[in-house]
Design a protein around this ligand. Structure first.
Ligand code: FIX
Ligand code: ZN
Length: 426
């Protein structure tokens, strides 16, 4: 039974206590989220888009767990077909062991969401279900079930297959938004400058001469082709800025001016340690604590640029919050990759709310397989609901509450902040 706090008599219309919890839950349930970073692809990008049970099971998060729970050598695993790999993972992680890790629980949640058995010894029923699905309508069903209005892709203009599809003239469905991913021209220059040269850009291995101007031309042409909502790059834990390097030069002289020219944010995803175990391929990346003075320098020295930033190390999260208090052109986002586990999401989100209020973007899914959005966003809503309710709650004995419309402002966390940052709302 709610007792009105002592002291000042609260206005009748103020929300307090359990009213706030139910209001926040309703808001999270009814708000269609924008998933601001994924590796999903619109169906117009053909086979690049991954979906269905075999892709869900061969997710690199699960491949990492397979090699801990099976005697199969990675080299032998990579020789298997996709179907055989999925069977191996199902047997090792779901039949012979308990699926209680975040990634295995995710697969169980997807099977459950489609009323498929979660304790079968094989995958035949799941496979025959997914064979009945048509991708265009399946995408709409999955996004609707996940409460996601649109997903932001990761589009690589130098990926041979993707490049060709875009150059043939692609018009992707409106609930898939494009991003210009720059890894290959920033930290991958040595291995990819020739790809630019092949496309007719006068660039060289040292990024000298006309190279910077030609990278600007490349970015302008791909901006017109993709109409991205932001540009993005994943950076290692050793990222430094400014830096006397090809990456430092292209970033400061080509990418940042281009972002200003097209009024786009730049997304910096910092802290990966690439391929610490190459034998397990995509699963072989790890995490390292970065020196976020690079973020301090780039935000301070480029006040006209807007930045999205996600850091992979748990130890960097608090610093990122403090930098966001110093620089209004910095928008922290997501609990990335190894951080996207409820125990850590709770810690990160609470410190962000305490330091930044609602001026950040709590989560992205990083989904690589379509149906992953179902559990990644269900988990986000479940983890964030009590945290937000507690943040709005007046708490026992306090003599203040919130106007009914206040909790609705937390919608900005999942839509408004990103729409404003990317001019999507314009
Ligand atoms: O750089 C990135 O976009 C990372 O998210 C990926 O490289 C990573 O493999 C991933 O999917 C993490 O969730
Ligand atoms: Zn990603």
């Amino acid at each position: 039974m709610e007792t009105t706090p002592t002291g000042q008599q609260l206005r009748d219309d103020l929300l307090i206590g359990e009213q706030i919890q139910s209001t926040v839950e309703d808001i999270l349930t009814t708000t269609q989220f924008i998933d601001i970073h994924t590796h999903l692809f619109a169906p117009e990008l053909g086979g690049l888009g991954l979906w269905g049970i075999d892709e869900l099971l061969t997710y690199h998060y699960l491949e990492a767990e397979l090699f801990r729970s099976s005697s199969i050598a990675p080299e032998r695993y990579w020789e298997l077909s996709k179907r055989e790999q999925a069977d191996e993972i199902w047997r090792a992680l779901f039949v012979e062991n308990s699926p209680i890790s975040e990634a295995t629980r995710g697969v169980i949640a997807v099977l459950d969401a489609f009323d498929l058995p979660t304790d079968s010894l094989d995958l035949e029923e799941a496979r025959s279900f997914f064979r009945t699905r048509r991708i265009e309508s399946h995408i709409s069903t999955v996004l609707q079930m996940a409460g996601v209005s649109s997903v932001v892709m990761t589009n690589d203009p130098l990926h041979p297959e993707e490049q060709q599809i875009w150059m043939n003239g692609l018009h992707s469905r409106s609930d898939f938004l494009a991003v210009l991913r720059l890894d290959r021209i920033l930290w991958g220059w040595a291995g990819h400058w020739q790809r630019l040269a092949e496309q007719g850009y006068s660039v060289d291995a040292e990024a000298s001469g006309k190279s910077v101007a030609e990278v600007r031309r490349f970015l302008a042409e791909w901006y017109e082709r993709m109409r991205p909502v932001y540009m993005a790059v994943s950076l290692t834990d050793t990222f430094q800025f400014p830096e006397d390097s090809i990456q430092g030069k292209i970033l400061s002289e080509a990418v940042l001016p281009s972002c200003r020219e097209f009024d786009l944010p730049l997304s910096l995803m910092i802290g990966v340690r690439r391929q610490v175990n190459p034998r397990i391929r995509l699963a072989g990346d790890a995490v390292g604590r970065a020196d976020l003075r690079a973020v301090e320098n780039i935000c301070r020295d480029y006040p006209e640029n807007r930045f999205l930033a996600s850091v992979l190390s748990r130890e960097n999260q608090h610093e990122l919050c403090v930098y966001a208090r110093k620089f209004s052109n910095l928008m922290p986002f997501g609990c990335w990759w190894f951080l996207n586990n409820p125990s850590i999401v709770e810690e990160i989100t609470r410190e962000r709310i305490e330091l930044l209020g609602t001026s950040f973007i709590p989560q992205h899914s990083d989904a690589r397989v379509l149906e992953q959005v179902l559990y990644k966003w269900r988990n986000t809503r479940a983890t964030l609901s009590p945290i937000l309710a507690n943040s709005y709650s007046a708490g026992p004995g306090r003599t203040w509450g919130h106007a009914p419309n206040h909790p609705a402002r937390c919608r900005s966390l999942f839509r408004g902040n990103f729409e404003r940052w990317t001019n999507l709302a314009a």
